[in-house]
Design a protein around this ligand. Structure first.
Ligand code: BTN
Length: 232
């Protein structure tokens, strides 16, 4: 798909790097345009959630992609997971459908893909907890968030690895992508529940949907939303 990271706009503070990148995309910015920030005042997560990160300690970035692949969130999750694995080689790195990246069972990175596929562009936003201290996050995240535990000065090196991994993951065929994704799937074979039901996760299908064997028999495929582990 081409090189990522140029031009590169770095901001000390912005509302949301995704919003800046979206404005640049609409104005015609080329494929690969990168927006990074030390801090966001209104960082956004999936499903309308807030994304919080103490200033200067997380990698906060958004990339403009022209002709994005259909399974962009899965390509991105593979790239982020490989980046995390190279920075934390002795840790267990997994992907929780659809695209949360986990380090030893806790979320270390989130991905927010937005855009206008019919107009041929997307913005891929990634927040990766490179150097933050868990105690600096809102208290409700203390039990669920992870960090690479690196020095803030290493964010640039992690960014370089991440951009290379993104280029690599975006070039994967659909089959190779799904193989790479499944190798890090933390839900497969585990009990899950969501607002509409409960069952056992059975992997992702070719459209990126989560396949679930339902408790009452039969199967379903979830194409959006959130699932939780366990029954409680
Ligand atoms: C999620 O897990 O819900 C997705 C979180 C995505 C956060 C990143 S941080 C950089 C980019 N700018 C945003 O406002 N959100 C994404």
């Amino acid at each position: 798909m081409g090189r990522l990271g140029l031009p590169h706009l770095h901001l000390r503070e912005t509302g949301s790097t995704n919003d800046r990148a979206r404005a640049l995309a609409i104005a015609g910015a080329p494929h690969g345009t990168l927006v990074t920030a030390d801090a966001q005042t209104s960082g956004r997560g999936r499903q309308g959630r807030v994304w919080s990160a103490p200033p200067g300690h997380a990698l906060l970035l958004s990339v403009v992609l022209r002709r994005p692949p259909a399974l962009l969130p899965l390509h991105a999750a593979v790239a982020v997971a490989e980046t995390v694995a190279s920075a934390a080689p002795s840790a267990a790195v997994g992907i929780k459908w659809p695209n949360d990246v986990h380090l030893d069972g806790r979320k270390v990175a989130g991905i927010l893909a937005e855009g206008r596929p019919q107009e041929g562009w997307a913005v891929l936003g990634i927040g990766l907890n490179v150097a933050l201290r868990i105690e600096d996050l809102p208290s409700e995240l203390h039990g669920t968030a992870a960090t690479l535990g690196l020095d803030p000065s290493q964010r640039g090196a992690v960014l370089t690895v991440l951009l290379a991994q993104l280029e690599r993951a975006l070039a994967l065929s659909a089959g190779d992508l799904l193989d790479a994704w499944r190798a890090r799937d933390v839900l497969r074979g585990r009990e899950v529940r969501w607002t509409g039901g409960a069952g056992t996760a059975a992997g992702v299908d070719g459209e990126g949907r989560l396949v679930v064997e339902l408790d009452g028999g039969g199967r379903t495929a979830l194409d959006a939303g959130e699932v939780h582990l366990g029954r409680a």
